[in-house]
Design a protein around this ligand. Sequence first.
Ligand SMILES: Nc1ncnc2c1ncn2[C@@H]1O[C@H](COP(=O)(O)OP(=O)(O)OP(=O)(O)O)[C@@H](O)[C@H]1O
Ligand SMILES: [Mg+2]
Length: 102
Amino acid sequence: MIDAIEASDAERQSILIKARCKSRRAIEISVADSGPGIAPEVMETLFDPLVTTKPLGMGMGLSISRSISESHGGGLRMAQNDPRGAIFFVELPTAEATRDAG
Ligand SMILES: Nc1ncnc2c1ncn2[C@@H]1O[C@H](COP(=O)(O)OP(=O)(O)OP(=O)(O)O)[C@@H](O)[C@H]1O
Ligand SMILES: [Mg+2]
């Protein structure tokens, strides 16, 4: 996200992190930036390993982050932010949900 916002004017650079209880069973952390948004050519594949648009990128960050979220029983998804940028949502089960499942 730092990479994504670096190109825009300093006063427009922002990363907004929020957390909320989505339901009794899940919390959601959202991380939104003011960058250019997701490039159309990686829209479908950005969570796949080795998919990158960056000259020095490995294309591993999102793949690893999604694996970690899923291994905790949650998930990671992305959307275009409004009016600009990308927004990622990490969803994780609450202690209550984990207890019910266990
Ligand atoms: N906040 C964002 N805004 C716009 N595009 C993004 C954003 N985050 C990721 N992307 C796109 O998704 C691609 C894959 O991201 P990912 O984090 O998996 O790999 P990377 O950042 O390229 O390399 P690495 O994380 O391994 O250093 C990026 O190359 C970029 O094109
Ligand atoms: Mg990355």
